[in-house]
Ligand binder design. Structure first.
Ligand SMILES: *Cc1c(COP(=O)(O)O)cnc(C)c1O
Length: 390
């Protein structure tokens, strides 16, 4: 009798869960071919009709897609994952695969602006109605969800306030109503949080952020049960948010170090959040790892680390916030997050064309969002200390 090995921990499965599909190559070759030949008509028919075919035509999938998808599925504890060309490509494909006219959806108020805009500007034109509820209000969720609700979209931690959604509690309410819970796990990553284990039905990512990790790839991924991924894959073939093979290869290369990168991002996030909350010139700090965060207990229950996003409001309003940003030497002003390089911005300036506030949570004009990279925390703290002297 062979002894069952325990399932690999994330640090190991990041390196090994694609070993079969690499077929012996330690580093998989980049398969640039858009089309594959068949030796016989029977084989051609099989290639053209089987699900998740990765050696037929590139829009259906390619070996580099399969390798990344296997690694992400293993990390999220999902039966299957599908990679796409961006995070928005992933969530749009998910929504357009599963929704139809007359369906109702529920959105957490503090979603990524692209996700709320997908609902208000695109899905609304196809007869899908949406309601928005607060991230910390189960009562609001209970009174908003209805029999026609098909999908509920949440994101935890949210951006830029790092609010926490109680995934297990939301999943219960969502399932009682016969709907599905969809979680944007971009900010936490599966190293810090595994939503499917807490009852979520699907997880999606902007793999442009932590999963690839180096600000050099645009990619997205959706993960969940075989049944749901089958439905999404069918529509994905038509919508065509296809990840380039080289970008899939880069994403896989980035993923290999996700566990060690997140350890450092988590460490830097906590150290900088503590430094800022002790600083006399800082009005407010948002970081779920701080005991002073209003949902710290919940965050500590459902996450094993708190990531590298820290938001804070310096005293003196938006003009002073801009001076602080200008004075930073190691942290450039840039959109995006989750890179090995630290990045900072003032979201109110970035999202000036945001949808009205009944859809989006209002953001303090002076709030600065830091995405802490993997630099030495002492250097990041010293840089912030000198910038806060302006
Ligand atoms: C960036 C981001 C997205 C969108 O992903 P893209 O790869 O830019 O399309 C979605 N959700 C979150 C939380 C993000 O940070």
């Amino acid at each position: 009798m062979t002894e069952e090995l325990p399932p690999d921990l994330p640090a190991t499965s990041l390196l090994h869960s694609d070993s079969q599909s690499r077929r012996g190559a330690v580093v998989a070759p980049i398969v640039q071919a858009t089309t594959f030949s068949a030796a016989t008509s029977e084989e051609f028919l099989d290639m053209a009709t089987k699900s998740f075919s990765d050696e037929f035509y590139v829009r259906y999938g390619n070996p580099n897609h399969t390798q990344v998808a296997e690694v992400v599925a293993a990390l999220e504890g999902a039966e299957r994952a599908i990679v796409m060309a961006s995070g928005m490509g992933a969530v749009s494909t998910l929504a357009l695969s599963l929704l139809e006219v007359g369906d109702h959806i529920v959105l957490q108020r503090s979603l990524y602006p692209g996700t709320s805009t997908l609902a208000t500007d695109v899905l609304a034109r196809f007869g899908v109605t949406a309601d928005v509820v607060g991230q910390d209000s189960l009562d609001e969720l209970r009174s908003t969800i209805r029999p026609s609700t098909r999908l509920v979209f949440v994101e935890s931690p949210s951006n830029p306030h790092l609010g926490i959604t109680d995934l297990r509690a939301w999943a219960e309410v969502v399932h009682d109503a016969g709907a599905l819970l969809v979680v944007d796990n971009t900010v936490a990553t599966p190293i810090n949080q595994r939503p499917l284990e807490r009852g979520a039905d699907m997880v999606w990512h902007s793999a442009t952020k932590y999963l690839s990790g180096h600000s050099d790839v645009s990619a997205g991924v959706v993960a969940g049960s075989n049944d749901l991924m089958q439905q999404i894959w069918r529509t994905h073939l038509t919508l065509g948010s296809v990840l380039g093979p080289f970008d899939a290869w880069l994403l896989l290369r980035g993923l290999r170090t996700l566990d060690v990168r997140m350890t450092r991002h988590n460490e830097n996030g906590l150290a900088v959040a503590r430094f800022l909350s002790d600083h006399p010139d800082v009005e407010r700090v948002y970081y779920p790892g701080l005991v002073s965060h209003p949902q710290h207990e919940l965050a500590a229950r459902q996450m094993s680390g708190f990531s590298g996003l820290v938001s804070f409001v310096p005293r003196g309003g938006p003009a002073r916030a801009d001076r602080v940003l200008d004075a930073l030497r190691l942290v450039p002003r840039a959109a995006s997050l989750g890179s090995v390089h630290s990045l900072a911005n003032r979201p109110a300036a970035m999202w000036s064309n945001r949808p009205p506030d009944q859809v989006r949570e209002p953001v303090d004009d002076a709030l600065i969002r830091l995405s802490l990279g993997i630099e030495a925390k002492e250097d990041l703290i010293a840089d912030l200390a000198q910038a806060l002297q302006v």
